[in-house]
Design a protein around this ligand. Sequence first.
Ligand code: SF4
Ligand code: SF4
Length: 239
Amino acid sequence: MKMYGKESSEYIYGLSGSDEVTDGLCRLLFERGAAFVGFSDISRVRENHGYKACVTVGFRLFDGIMRDIKKGPTFEYFHHYRTVNYALDQMTLAGATYLNRSGFDSLAIPASQSSDSDPFRGAFSHKTGARLSGAGFIGKNALFISRDFGSKVRLASILTAKDFDFSGELCAENCGGCTVCTKACPAGAIYGVNYTEGADVKDMVDVAKCSAHMKSAYKDIGRGAVCGICIGVCPRNGL
Ligand code: SF4
Ligand code: SF4
């Protein structure tokens, strides 16, 4: 991990070295609001769409929003969620355009868009790219936990044919004995197991229970598509 620029909230993960195009990409993403950028080798990831590298873009969710969702979603959280997804999509669109113009075939993966065949999956798992960059780990809530920002992040990805000088260092941390999100989940959907390599979200969370609870309890907020309790209560957020 190395720091980039002057702001202490801007981090780069997953690189041992850089080059002009990589520096330009990071500058572009940080100028547009990214809190961190992670680089990972995805040549062995099943859903890599034929690309060898993933550039993960992380946005730090606002503390003032996250503090208020420990007992349930708010209208402000739903708005923040959608606005941040849009901002991330703008960042990855600009980043992929920059890489394409630099001669590297690249694709922006939407921050939040599930596939027709599985409502719990997108075209590429942002969490996988982020974890492989060493930016953090998968929590017991099956969500990405940033080593520096906790669970208060949202992610998007750029897949690219560009090669990078990958460090390949993973984050060695996990949730340990913490049970906070397991106890806080109103649906009892979190099994409370630490992530192990290759585990699927369905091995960690009863996604049907989670979805059913959101639809029944919060249909007036975010059309039943957001909850956020297991994000808001995470002690790694420092709130
Ligand atoms: S989003 Fe809500 S219902 Fe779903 S696992 Fe997290 S706390 Fe439970
Ligand atoms: S609340 Fe605890 S168990 Fe859940 S994701 Fe955060 S650190 Fe892990």
